[in-house]
Design a binder for this molecule. Structure first.
Ligand SMILES: Nc1ncnc2c1ncn2[C@@H]1O[C@H](COP(=O)(O)OP(=O)(O)OP(=O)(O)O)[C@@H](O)[C@H]1O
Length: 121
């Protein structure tokens, strides 16, 4: 049974590290702060316009996708800066592709917002 205990302790430690990472992202990264601000605004809008259960699910999923991707993008940027702080064409490509993924998700999120909220006006 001690093996199971150590597994549980390890999992709890991992959750602790992940929580620490989430706090770091929220407190240090300006892009995440902006995304969180938008998430709060659309959540208020969701309550104000009384969006449906399906619309809530899509909105929550979209917020998770954008903030999750922004976090991964930040991690990729940090790794790139750490392994190769000097200018390199490949590092530029890696950073641009990672930022492009966030951009595509953000465009889709904006379209999703229009589909949900424009009919409410
Ligand atoms: N070491 C590098 N070599 C080549 N191009 C780079 C390098 N660092 C940055 N770039 C180019 O500059 C762009 C911006 O890089 P940067 O790391 O400043 O990203 P950012 O999104 O502005 O960062 P932050 O989220 O910290 O504001 C990259 O997408 C890439 O095109």
């Amino acid at each position: 049974m001690p093996k199971k205990e150590s597994f549980l302790v390890n999992r709890l430690k991992s959750v602790g590290y992940a929580l620490k990472g989430a706090i770091l992202l929220i407190t240090k990264e300006s892009s995440i702060k902006i995304q969180l601000g938008v998430a709060v605004l659309v959540t208020i809008a969701g309550f104000y316009f009384e969006i449906s259960k399906t619309e809530w699910l899509i909105q929550i999923l979209t917020i998770a996708l954008i903030i999750g991707l922004e976090g991964v993008n930040t991690a990729i940027e940090e790794v790139a800066n750490f392994v190769h702080p000097e200018y390199h064409k490949k590092i530029g490509y890696i950073k641009d592709v990672a930022a492009g993924a966030v951009f595509i998700a953000a465009i889709c999120a904006a379209i999703m917002g229009c589909i949900i909220y424009i009919p409410k006006f």
